[in-house]
Design a protein around this ligand. Structure first.
Ligand code: SF4
Length: 499
């Protein structure tokens, strides 16, 4: 079974371990550069990409503005077409609904597709506890599952693995989960894909029940939509007798016509393709064709909380294309595991705190700081989510949620100290003189030369050492601004030029 993110350390600690893994950094740099190049080429072909982005954002905003009504319409339409709609407030309720359906049909295994949301709620582990095996059928998800690993990318969950590692996983693990890997398996992509196809085909033909997610849920027609590249979705959605689709409530699109900009934005932004190879749509039950029992679980699990956040609700526009991950300098160096969630990268850094709330745990509170705020994610996002704006807002929420802590965080103590210093002009002038003295001493005996010849300190003492763990601190100047002004009357002199 796939592992779980429960108990992962906070981002700074997890990122440090990832940064030390040179193989991981090599795999990531290669993969993200390849995807970035493909995406840039096909986005460049669209005459007015910006207008398309605006149209996509507007569709999702309209859906979110009256989400309650859209969801009621979706339920009515799905029910009228023979589906059974369930509402789940959280992970436990959603998992229980899926397990109940599986038990009612006495199935011991299910096949799964497009189901990031089921990883969010830990469905595989919940079904395993009931004695039901859940098999991932997306190639990358299969690699993660067989490797007892964790997904590290929205679109390419096994992006951190190279071909040789994948061959080893298939050789070691396929036999424990069904059809073994062929004895002559090589690390050629086509050979690996063929082995996965044979392994999965056996499962598709055997499974009585499938579990899916959905990319979109069209309210006015009661239609769920899955887009994919491998055809595994088509197999899951048509072969089993019972289909359970777990769908986050933010997936709603008001009308069929409004799918248009989203279906044009998604493949170009995610896989760098003009059009995705498979688009499957389904609405309830069609007698004699496909699953004869269809359940749809509409999942909240923190989405109402995110919707109530004036700044953060734009994150619910996300169509999970992963473009923001592929351009993020932080993600490229740390990979997805460091984010401790099925939603990594820039979108994970805002979505997780929005879904769970700030001040709940250290791991989630660290995420809004896992960014350089360079803005590349906003530039890449096809539905114009201003991720840097949300990051800054969430940072302020994290600070606010810790104001009453009995033991203040180092940052809080530092800010209180800064407030004390800046609150009195005479005090500030005295500190300037002291810092000038420290700067002169360090200029002679301490620190080391940084860029431009300026002295830098590589390690502060005591609790402040945490700040210099990942960065150098410029040594204070040799004289305060006031002293410099008195000496030069505001004109640069030769001494200044030489500094
Ligand atoms: S935030 Fe934007 S760029 Fe990132 S995954 Fe979502 S839609 Fe794609």
């Amino acid at each position: 079974m796939t592992g779980t993110f429960v108990g992962m350390p906070a981002f700074p600690e997890a990122a440090r371990a990832a940064l030390a893994d040179t193989q991981l950094r090599h795999n990531l740099a290669h993969a993200t550069a390849t995807i970035r190049g493909k995406r840039a080429a096909v986005v460049g072909e669209v005459e007015d990409w910006e207008s398309l982005r605006l149209a996509g954002a507007a569709v999702k905003d309209r859906a979110l503005r009256d989400l309650d009504q859209q969801l009621v319409t979706l339920e009515e339409q799905l029910t009228a077409r023979g589906a059974t709609v369930h509402w789940a407030r959280d992970a436990a309720e959603a998992n229980a609904i899926v397990a109940d359906v599986a038990r009612a049909h006495a199935v011991e295994e299910v096949v799964k597709v497009k189901s990031m949301v089921t990883q969010e709620i830990g469905l595989n582990e919940a079904l395993e506890a009931e004695g039901i095996a859940a098999w991932e059928t997306d190639l990358a998800e299969l690699i993660v599952q067989l490797g007892e690993d964790l997904p590290s990318h929205i679109l390419v969950p096994a992006i951190h693995r190279n071909r040789a590692e994948i061959r080893d996983i298939f050789r070691r693990r396929m036999a424990t989960a069904g059809r073994p890997a062929p004895a002559d398996l090589t690390d050629e992509p086509a050979v690996l894909a063929a082995a996965a196809r044979e392994h999965l085909r056996e499962k598709f033909l055997r499974a009585k029940m499938a579990v899916s997610g959905a990319n979109f849920a069209v309210a006015d027609t009661g239609t769920l939509v899955v887009v994919e590249s491998e055809g595994n979705g088509r197999m899951c959605l048509t072969l089993p007798e019972v289909l359970v689709s777990v769908v986050g409530i933010e997936k709603v699109v008001p009308t069929w016509a409004e799918l248009d900009p989203l279906l044009r934005l998604l493949p170009r932004s995610s896989t760098g393709e003009r059009m995705n190879p498979y688009t499957s749509t389904w609405s309830g039950v069609t007698p004699g064709d496909g699953p004869q029992e269809v359940h749809v679980v509409l999942l909240d699990n923190g989405r109402s909380r995110a919707l109530a956040d004036d700044v953060g609700r734009q994150a619910l526009r996300c169509i999970r294309c992963s473009a923001c991950l592929n351009v993020c300098p932080v993600y490229e160096r740390t990979g997805g595991h460091a984010y401790g969630s099925v939603y990594p990268g820039p979108i994970g850094a805002i979505l997780n705190p929005l879904l769970k709330g700030t001040g709940v745990d250290e791991q989630t509170d660290a995420l809004p700081y896992a960014s350089s705020l360079c803005g590349a994610c906003f530039e890449a996002c096809p539905v114009r989510i201003d991720i840097p704006e949300v990051l800054v807002e969430l940072r302020s929420q994290v600070v606010d949620s810790h104001r009453e802590d009995r033991v203040p965080k180092p940052e809080t103590a530092a800010m209180r100290g800064a407030g004390w210093m800046f609150g009195d002009a005479a005090r500030w002038a005295r500190l300037g003189r002291v810092s000038g003295l420290v700067g002169r001493v360090l200029g002679r005996v301490g620190g080391r030369a940084g860029p431009g010849g300026r002295r830098t300190l590589s390690r502060l003492p005591g609790p402040a050492a945490a700040w210099t763990d990942a960065r150098d601190l410029p040594a204070p100047p040799r004289e305060s601004f006031r002293a410099w002004w008195r000496r030069t009357d505001g004109r640069l002199d030769e001494e200044d030029q030489g500094r």
